[in-house]
Design a protein around this ligand. Sequence first.
Ligand SMILES: *Cc1c(COP(=O)(O)O)cnc(C)c1O
Length: 411
Amino acid sequence: MNALIDPVAELDAADPLRQFRDEFLLKDGQIYLDGNSLGALPRATLARMETTLREEWGEGLITSWLGADWVNSPGRIGDKIARLIGAESGEVIAADSTSVNIFKALTAALSLQSGRRVLLSEQTNFPTDVYMMQGLARFSGEAIECVAVDPGKVLDSLNEDVAVLLLTQVHYKTGSTRDMAKVTRRAHEVGALVVWDLSHSAGAIEVDLNGANADFAVGCGYKFLNGGPGAPAFLFAAKRHHHAQPVLSGWFGHARPFAFEEDYTAADGIMRFLCGTPPVLAMTALECGIDLMLRADMPEIRRKSVALSELFIEWMDQRCGEFGFELISPTDSSIRGSQVAYAHPQGYEMMQALKARGVIGDFRAPDVMRFGLTPLYLRYADVVDAVERLRAICISREWDRLEYRTRATVT
Ligand SMILES: *Cc1c(COP(=O)(O)O)cnc(C)c1O
């Protein structure tokens, strides 16, 4: 490295997103590489939550459903998310968890596919996605069949029996991406519908749902959208599918919830996919995270994400190359999301030792160390510093301690 010009400092100085870091509450000296699991706290969220609690709830009480527009929060926030994922306003709601939205999207898609009985996914999909399919198949008395195939065999497994294909666009472990337009086209060729899980896509990469002619999608609010722990998730349904029949037919999805009618009539449009009362406090925090993200330019976020990942991989090669890390993310940035993952037999212990040195990533069984790269609050210098701390741990072997071997319940 040139002593006069530090190239990494130059990158940070020229970074068009650099001012966003100060918008987050981050601890000095800590390098947070887990924004793909739980995004950081925007400073604006703190102040906004105080207002929602004191003024809207405390003073406004029930009048705030209208006065503070709580009642429209699922659609209002959904419209904002739509701008990040290539959807139109009126096609997205913020509601429930990703798991519940998977169930809602699968059943809605099934209601459009009479005569077909197969739900298709890949074996290595995020477990909850497959679990939700399995529960649905069991509930149907096996009228519906759940098929999870090898990731490389998904396209070949599409046939006229497949009602719905459920896939995650950015793989939660490896970060490898699927070509949404191509897969959707192939599924439509055999008459199947696709539900895309965008949990690791929204706020991380450019997504164009309508450009890909997508049917349904779901995604997570607490990862790259910085919506807070357990934030509400989102659900997208293309306009042409708004006549699909909701199975979770709760009163918030009713055409006239406050008419208290005896029978269910689905609301028009995306609102029929609501179920119960929105969790207003959590919705407030989610909206703050999204408002912040909307101030940044998505192509710029993607450019920086690629640059951070390339720097991370290059530095790992140079500084940790001799310690047995196996890159399991694609080396080609065009098919990699905003995270980099390495397999290592001592991955769990190493991640514990890294955390003790202020670098927070996470671990996914059996041996994967994941490093999320969030362009809004990470600096290029952080990436280099994180790899240097990992190198120090490898040289000192400080991961080899008894206390780092015990597996915690959350990894
Ligand atoms: C994080 C994640 C989820 C999370 O689902 P929850 O219901 O919010 O727990 C689902 N699918 C994928 C692909 C994820 O990465």
